[in-house]
Ligand binder design. Structure first.
Ligand code: PLP
Length: 229
């Protein structure tokens, strides 16, 4: 089942990338595995999935010891500054940096571990009061400070648009994130301004996200099935 889902998602990714005039290799699938048991994750690994996204530090730590060390881990949950040390120890990419305090703490831990840490800036592109993420108009200032004062590698931007059961509703938000990334890249603020990552799109709207330029899609339900609360 998981392997069939994975094959279907990979095919859909390739089709959406093609539609946008891009190669299938330009989009990476991040398997969003919160609440998913290690055996199910191991099934996905056996079928070729090597990048996983986790939302909770302790849950991730508990599962990591039971899974292959070659897995590439992205942190996609809300990060509190008192959890940044563990986040740096456990994860390869932190996708949800949205304020200076967290960026500074990650940088200080990354330096002490001699780790070249990659991050994404999470942007609250829909300006929802209950959501994490830097507001679009504040992204440049935060990014300038991170680029100027830390050794963090800022790969690009991440967002979660306002939820809608209608995937097309997400398109303007994805487009806005892509345009914001282009503007910031023109200012030279990312680690590689010719190849800026856009982490956007989940189970119900990843096709639209890819059409609008996503390079990372975070898919949980479509791969592992409905989560138990
Ligand atoms: C859970 C989660 C996803 C995956 O959502 P699905 O709808 O299950 O694909 C993606 N991104 C983040 C930040 C998540 O928390």
């Amino acid at each position: 089942m998981i392997c069939d889902n994975l094959a279907h998602i990979q095919k859909t990714i390739a089709r959406s990338a093609h539609k946008a005039g891009r190669g299938p290799g330009t989009v990476k699938l991040v398997a969003a595995s919160k609440t998913v048991q290690p055996d199910a994750m191991l099934t996905a690994v056996r079928c070729g999935q090597m990048v996983f996204g986790e939302n909770y530090i302790q849950e991730a730590a508990d599962k990591m010891v039971r899974l292959p060390v070659a897995i590439h881990w992205h942190f996609i949950g809300h990060l509190q500054s008192n959890k940044t040390r563990q986040a740096v120890e456990l994860f390869d990419v932190i996708e949800t940096v949205d304020r200076w305090k967290v960026a500074a703490a990650l940088d200080s831990h990354a330096r002490s571990f001699h780790k070249n840490l990659s991050i994404l800036l999470q942007v609250n592109i829909g300006r929802e009061p209950q959501k994490s993420g830097v507001l679009p108009e504040a992204a440049e200032t935060l990014l300038r400070k991170i680029a100027g004062e830390t050794s963090l590698r800022v790969l690009g931007l991440m967002t979660m648009p306002p939820y809608s059961p209608e995937p097309e509703r997400s398109r303007p938000y994805f487009r806005a994130l892509s345009q914001l990334a282009q503007r910031l890249a023109a200012l030279g603020l990312f680690a590689d301004n010719d190849r800026v990552d856009l982490s956007m799109g989940m189970s119900n709207d990843y096709q639209i996200a890819i059409e609008e330029g996503a390079t990372l899609v975070r898919v949980g339900t479509a791969l592992f099935g409905t989560r138990q609360p």
